[in-house]
Write a protein that binds this ligand. Structure first.
Ligand code: HEC
Length: 133
C-alpha cells in the first residue's frame, strides 16, 4: 500500500442542513447550483461560471473524490470542465477555500452534497489491509 493511500480516510458525520447553510455562506452558490435544491438567496445576476453539482455523476464517484474536489479542486478536473474552467496553467477556476472554510463546514458540505451525488462511502472495516472501523 502506498504512503498516500486513501485507505482509512473517513470524516465524522456532518449535518446536511448546516452544510446547505455553509454552501450559501461561503459563496459556493456564485458558481454552483445543486440538483433538486432551492438555495436561498437565489442568484439575481447570471453566473459567470456555472457548474451544476449532484445528479448525474460527472467525475465525483466516491466520497474521497467529493471531498478532494472541494478542498483540492485542481487535483482532477472533469474533461467537460477542463477547457472551459481552467486558467493558463490548467488549474481550476474554483476558489481556494483552504483558509476560509472550517473543518466543520467541510464535513457538513460533504454531507450535504453527498446526498445529492450518488457517491459511495468506502467501508474499510476488516478489509485486506486489516483496518478496523
Ligand atoms: C469561482 C467559482 C467557484 C466557486 C466560488 C466554487 N466553485 Fe466549485 N467548481 C468550480 C469550477 C469551475 C468547477 C469545475 C472544475 C473543477 O472540477 O475544479 C468546480 C467543481 C466543483 C466540484 C466537482 C464537480 C464535479 O462533479 O466534477 C465540487 C464538488 C465543487 N466544485 C464544490 C464547491 C463547493 C463546496 C464550493 C464552496 C465551498 C465551491 N465549489 C465554490 C467553480 C467554483
Amino acid at each position: 500500500m502506498s504512503e498516500k493511500s486513501p485507505v482509512g480516510f473517513r470524516l465524522p458525520e456532518g449535518s446536511i442542513w448546516k452544510g446547505k447553510t455553509a454552501f450559501v455562506e461561503l459563496g459556493c452558490i456564485t458558481c454552483h447550483s445543486v440538483v433538486d435544491e432551492d438555495l436561498m438567496p437565489e442568484m439575481t445576476a447570471p453566473r459567470k461560471i456555472h457548474v451544476v453539482l449532484g445528479g448525474e455523476i460527472t467525475r465525483v464517484k466516491t466520497y474521497g473524490q467529493l471531498v478532494t474536489s472541494i478542498i483540492n479542486p485542481s487535483h482532477v478536473i472533469s474533461p467537460q470542465y477542463r477547457d472551459k474552467y481552467t486558467d493558463a496553467e490548467g488549474n481550476s477556476l474554483m476558489t481556494d477555500f483552504s483558509k476560509e472554510m472550517t473543518v466543520e463546514q467541510m464535513i457538513d458540505i460533504a454531507e450535504f452534497l453527498q446526498a445529492r451525488y450518488e457517491v459511495v462511502i468506502p467501508d474499510y472495516a476488516y478489509n485486506e489491509y486489516g483496518y478496523g472501523p
